[in-house]
Design a protein around this ligand. Structure first.
Ligand code: NDP
Length: 339
């Protein structure tokens, strides 16, 4: 039973072979391994997400999601198939989704309250349950509905616009009649952002964000995936009573250097609302609507999504690095087994 072990706390980017180690040395007897009332899951798709870098920290530092334990497998959102069950709720053959799936070929799940049965949507791959129909899609949908207060004709700036969260947000914004400005880190990603309907798309590595926002703003809504100097530029070009949706700050996940913020006082002067959130907070309000509307929109192509699939568990360490450095093109998924 191959696994990806959390081996060492990184100081910068998570390095495959150092931060995480692929270990194929352990075996499992699928017929006899004790399940302690739980289920044995064959892992099919694993999600590589930016937040997982935050779990690679000293366990004494408290945050919203517990630290990974050194020497134990990395875990995250994933989809698998039940091989054996000691629970009445689940049976062999069920497809399940959980935020606690180990980066392994097989995983024993005993926290059954976190295990959801998946009824696969015809026309969509199971991988979509870790992407557009999973945590990133829900993040975009829930928080846009909760915080944007979007009005036709307003202007929104979306950073990290080419990823699973950003692409979903920009399509929601376009369908509400907003002017959309999107930023991303490669020309290929900028083209994708344009193809998805953004009115203005630019490469933040080669174009000055402040200049773009000065000429295309002021912005009524900022969807923040990156934090740092991009957030400062957005504050500098914010309209009065603008809404900032603070989703993530990936520019700071792999380094400890702070950024000098010039425009913080605008939060006060321009009466800006800053809305930080973790997607699970919003689930009870929005998940019924999401489950009713979004699968159909994905099947029909009304909402588009892209996936970037790494094949094989041995590629998982690289996948975790790629989402931090921006090498991924679309939702990063690790395919462990087809079925
Ligand atoms: P992506 O798949 O888009 O991957 C992250 C992207 O961030 C990279 O591809 C890279 O794209 C970009 N990036 C990396 N470093 C920097 C940097 N220094 N400055 C600007 N961009 C950078 O991720 P997701 O769509 O899954 O997630 C987007 C954000 O949403 C993350 O910040 C994540 O933590 C957050 N999030 C928050 C949730 C919540 O509940 N609050 C839930 C889910 C996600 P590029 O090539 O464009 O640089």
């Amino acid at each position: 039973n191959a696994k990806v072990i959390f081996n060492e706390i990184p100081t910068g980017y998570p390095e495959p072979g150092k931060t995480t180690v692929y270990d194929a040395s352990s075996t499992i007897d699928l017929e006899t391994v004790p399940l302690n009332g739980g289920v044995l899951v064959k892992v099919l798709y694993l999600s590589a997400d930016p937040y997982m870098r935050g779990k690679m920290r000293d366990a004494s530092i408290v945050s919203y999601s517990p630290a990974y334990a050194i020497g134990k497998p990395v875990y995250g959102f994933g989809v698998g198939k039940i091989v054996r069950s000691e629970s009445e709720q689940f049976k062999a053959g069920d497809i399940v989704h959980t935020p606690l799936l180990e980066y392994a070929e097989y995983s024993i799940q005993t926290h059954l309250q976190y295990l959801d049965k998946v009824n696969p949507e015809p026309g969509l791959s199971l991988s979509v349950y870790v992407g557009a129909l999973g945590m990133p899609g829900k993040t975009a949908y829930f928080a846009w509905k909760e915080f944007s207060k979007a009005k036709k004709g307003e202007t929104v700036f979306v950073s990290g616009a080419a990823g699973p969260v950003g692409t979903f947000v920009l399509q929601l914004a376009k369908s509400s009649g907003l002017k959309v400005i999107g930023s991303a880190g490669t020309e290929e990603k900028v083209s994708l952002v344009k193809d998805l309907g953004a009115d203005v798309a630019f490469n933040y590595k080669t174009t000055d964000t402040e200049e773009v926002l000065k000429s295309e703003g002021p912005i009524d809504i900022y969807w923040d995936n990156v934090g740092g100097s991009t957030l400062d530029a957005a504050l500098g070009n914010a309209a009065f009573h603008s809404r900032f949706i603070e989703c993530g700050m990936i520019s700071g996940y792999n380094n400890k250097e702070g950024v000098h913020m010039k425009n913080l006082m605008n939060i006060v002067a321009r009466r800006i609302s800053m809305n930080g959130f973790i997607q699970s907070d919003l689930s009870s309000t929005w998940s019924t609507e999401f489950n009713r509307l979004v699968p159909k929109k994905l099947v029909s192509g009304e909402i588009k999504f892209t996936e970037d699939i790494s094949k094989g568990l041995e590629k998982a360490g690289d996948a975790l690095l790629e989402v931090q450095t921006g090498k991924n093109n679309g939702k990063k998924v690790v395919l462990v087994a087809e079925d």
